[in-house]
Design a protein around this ligand. Structure first.
Ligand code: SF4
Ligand code: SF4
Length: 67
């Protein structure tokens, strides 16, 4: 799973869902739901989150990419 959403920080601005090129994040009721099978690990949602609620998880055996 390449990203992780911190639901206690998330303010449901839907920014991540709107910038995600593959529709891997969507609002489901009151929280953002991540679909790992759709994610291409582009990192756009991580940079765009105003609440710092999304963490990029490096793949196993891969170092964290530069900010
Ligand atoms: S890393 Fe890219 S593809 Fe994956 S959820 Fe974020 S914006 Fe979407
Ligand atoms: S961009 Fe951040 S604060 Fe906004 S909905 Fe996504 S995870 Fe939540």
């Amino acid at each position: 799973m390449p990203i992780e959403i911190n639901h206690s920080r998330c303010i449901q601005c839907i920014g991540c869902a709107s910038v995600c090129p593959t529709g891997a994040i969507e609002l489901d009721g009151l929280r953002m739901v991540f679909h790992p099978e759709k994610c291409i690990s582009c990192g756009t949602c991580v940079k765009g989150c105003p609440a710092n609620a999304i963490k990029f998880l490096p793949k196993v055996g891969e170092e964290k990419k530069e900010e």
